[in-house]
Design a protein around this ligand. Sequence first.
Ligand SMILES: Nc1ncnc2c1ncn2[C@@H]1O[C@H](COP(=O)(O)OP(=O)(O)O)[C@@H](O)[C@H]1O
Ligand SMILES: [Mg+2]
Length: 220
Amino acid sequence: MRAENIYKSFGEGKNRVNVLNGINLELRPGESLTILGASGVGKSTLLHILGTLERPSSGKIYYKEEELTAKDENKLAEFRNRTIGFVFQFHHLLPEFSALENAMMPALIQGMSREEAAAKAEVILREVGLGDRFSHKPGELSGGEQQRVAVARSLILDPPLILADEPTGNLDAKTGEGIEELLLRFNREKGIALLIVTHNERLTKKMSRCILLKEGKVAS
Ligand SMILES: Nc1ncnc2c1ncn2[C@@H]1O[C@H](COP(=O)(O)OP(=O)(O)O)[C@@H](O)[C@H]1O
Ligand SMILES: [Mg+2]
């Protein structure tokens, strides 16, 4: 995935805020990249733009030479479903549904049969260490377990890329480290490219590359 000369501003006139001021960035297949930067610097904005959840004010995003910024919303939804697993700070699990059903959701949305989706969800929930929690609802799981379900959900369709926005921001240090280790394991063992936005400088040592956002640009 490649970002070329990305600018993003919000608001109009004197309320205008320029958040991203010419970002160039590449994430290669199988690579692990951390984005560091102060709160409010535009990390989430950049991740949303890379993930095609939001459009840049100007600049282009490419995936394998395909220009994503030229595609319409339907095409982008399809692209995301196929290509990107998202993990956010808050897990956004559906409270009425079990861990298994939550993990199945992207597969069901894609039109996979219930049986096939459930079988895939069982495999992936075991891989994230929740083999004994299939029928638990989010409210019956710890914060770390909830985030593991969110990781399972992000991986159910075997995306080549995971985008994680402060995935441990809401967890204590030890639980958070477990989630990071899990994401890194999928990166190492399955070659899934991994981009993590984090405050945790310790994590950056385990990742292949790190960039620092400052004043809307890549500072280092
Ligand atoms: N939808 C929006 N409308 C207006 N301003 C926004 C919007 N999203 C983000 N911003 C502003 O952009 C800046 C960067 O936000 P964000 O990307 O969330 O930062 P970070 O993730 O680094 O903490 C902030 O000043 C924020 O207020
Ligand atoms: Mg953020």
